[in-house]
Design a protein around this ligand. Structure first.
Ligand code: DQA
Length: 148
């Protein structure tokens, strides 16, 4: 029996991971990241669904679906929408499970406009600057927070 269900959301431009500014975001692809998360989830007996979109509404629709399908936690890298999207914040506020915000880069060491996150107002935890390991750390937090 599944221990629970976790949704991983990747925002705009993260489909280019591995080739997009690798000096900032690294050389691993999004498939690499998702495969590693799937492996870890399988080991822990969890269901995992990973989804990337360049469209704000598609990310919001995925959050709405998670409210109804038994998803216990959302791990989200909202990418640039982190800094702009009240709509994603509102959608996450309507989700009752845990929310972990992940950024590959340390956004606080970068341009000032990256220092503010709407999503952080909702997130139970925020991980920034650990590269792709940040997703794994968030997944461990999901397992640890889940009811036995
Ligand atoms: C990012 C940081 C954001 O500021 C940026 O817009 C991204 C990726 C990160 O993972 O470091 O696209 O969320």
């Amino acid at each position: 029996m599944s221990q629970g269900k976790v949704l991983v959301l990747h925002g705009p431009n993260l489909n280019l991971l591995g080739t997009r500014q690798p000096e900032i975001y690294g050389r691993e692809t999004l498939d690499d990241v998702n495969n590693a998360l799937h492996q870890r989830a399988l080991l822990a007996g969890w269901d995992i669904h990973c989804f990337q979109s360049n469209h704000e509404g598609a990310l919001i629709d995925a959050i709405h679906a998670a409210r109804l399908d038994g998803t216990l936690a959302i791990i989200i890298n909202p990418a640039a929408y982190t800094h702009t999207s009240v709509a994603i914040l509102d959608a996450l506020n309507a989700f009752e499970g845990k929310v972990y915000e992940v950024h590959l880069s340390n956004v606080h060491r970068r341009e000032a406009f990256r220092h503010h996150s709407y999503v952080s107002l909702r997130a139970d935890g925020v991980i920034a600057g650990l590269g792709t390991q940040g997703y794994q750390a968030a997944l461990e937090a999901v397992f640890a927070a889940a009811p036995p």
